[in-house]
Ligand binder design. Structure first.
Ligand SMILES: [Zn+2]
Length: 229
C-alpha cells in the first residue's frame, strides 16, 4: 500500500509554503519544458491510482508537487482518520494529500505563485463549467515549464464526452487511457460509467452531476444502459 504525503496537512488552512516529503533530500532544478498529461477512463479504471503513482515518483526524485481536487469530491473511500477533503484516495488503498478547491481561481492563486514543478489535479471534469479559465491556467503553467498531470472521467454517465475532457485530450502531450472491468459480464476491453438510481439505470435527462442517492459502476458497451423513455 502506497502512502504519500505530498503536502503539509496544515497547508490548506495556513497558506504556508509547500513542503514535500523528499527522503533523499534532493533539490531538483526546474524543467526546461512543461507538459500536460491526461489520465482518463471510466470509474474504477485506476485514474486516481495512476495520478498518485506518478506524483509519488516525482516526490521521491526531489521535485516539488502541488496536488488539487475539487471540494465537491468528499467521498470517504478509505478508512483513514484524515478528513477525506484533504487527500485523494484510490480504490486499491493508496492516497496522497491534496488541497481541496472550489474553483479554478483557487488553483490559479496557489499554482502560479508556487515554485512547484508538478501541478496535479484529480477529478478535473468537475471544473467543466470553468472550461476557458482552466484551459488558460493549464496553458500558462505548461508555458512556465511546469508538468501538469490531470485525471478525470473521459465520458459521462450518458456515454458522451465529459465537459472539458475533449479539449484536454486535444491539448495533451500525453494521454493515458485506462480501462475498468465490466461489473456485469467481466469484459475488460472498454468500460463506461453506469449510473444507478435506486438500483436502476439512470435516465438520459438526469443532471450531469448528481450528489446523493446515486451509485456508479463500470460497465462495457453491451451492458451499459441509459433510459430514454
Ligand atoms: Zn459487460
Amino acid at each position: 500500500m502506497l502512502h504519500i504525503t505530498a503536502l503539509s496537512q496544515q497547508l490548506p488552512q495556513t497558506g504556508n509554503p509547500i513542503h514535500t516529503v523528499n527522503p533523499l533530500n534532493i533539490k531538483q532544478q526546474d524543467f526546461k519544458k512543461g507538459s500536460l498529461t491526461v489520465f482518463c477512463g471510466s470509474m474504477c479504471s485506476g485514474k486516481s491510482e495512476e495520478l498518485i503513482r506518478q506524483v509519488g515518483r516525482f516526490i521521491l526524485a526531489g521535485f516539488e508537487v502541488l496536488v488539487f481536487k475539487p471540494s465537491i469530491d468528499n467521498r470517504k473511500i478509505l478508512d483513514l482518520e484524515l478528513d477525506p477533503l484533504h487527500y485523494i484516495p484510490s480504490r486499491t488503498g493508496s492516497w496522497v494529500n491534496c488541497i481541496p478547491v472550489t474553483s479554478v481561481q483557487d488553483i490559479y492563486e496557489t499554482a502560479l505563485t508556487s515554485s512547484a514543478h508538478i501541478i496535479a489535479i484529480d477529478e478535473v471534469m468537475f471544473f467543466s463549467s470553468e472550461k476557458d479559465a482552466l484551459l488558460s491556467l493549464i496553458t500558462s503553467l505548461v508555458k512556465s515549464n511546469k508538468k501538469v498531470l490531470v485525471a478525470g472521467l473521459d465520458l459521462d454517465f450518458r456515454a458522451e464526452p465529459f465537459g472539458i475532457i475533449p479539449e484536454l485530450l486535444a491539448y495533451a502531450d500525453k494521454v493515458i487511457k485506462l480501462t475498468a472491468i465490466c461489473n456485469v459480464c467481466g469484459d475488460d476491453t472498454f468500460c463506461l460509467t453506469q449510473r444507478l438510481v435506486n438500483g436502476q439505470p439512470a435516465h438520459y435527462n438526469d443532471p450531469l452531476i448528481m450528489v446523493g442517492s446515486t451509485e456508479y459502476e463500470p460497465r462495457c458497451r453491451k451492458c451499459h444502459i441509459i433510459k430514454k423513455d
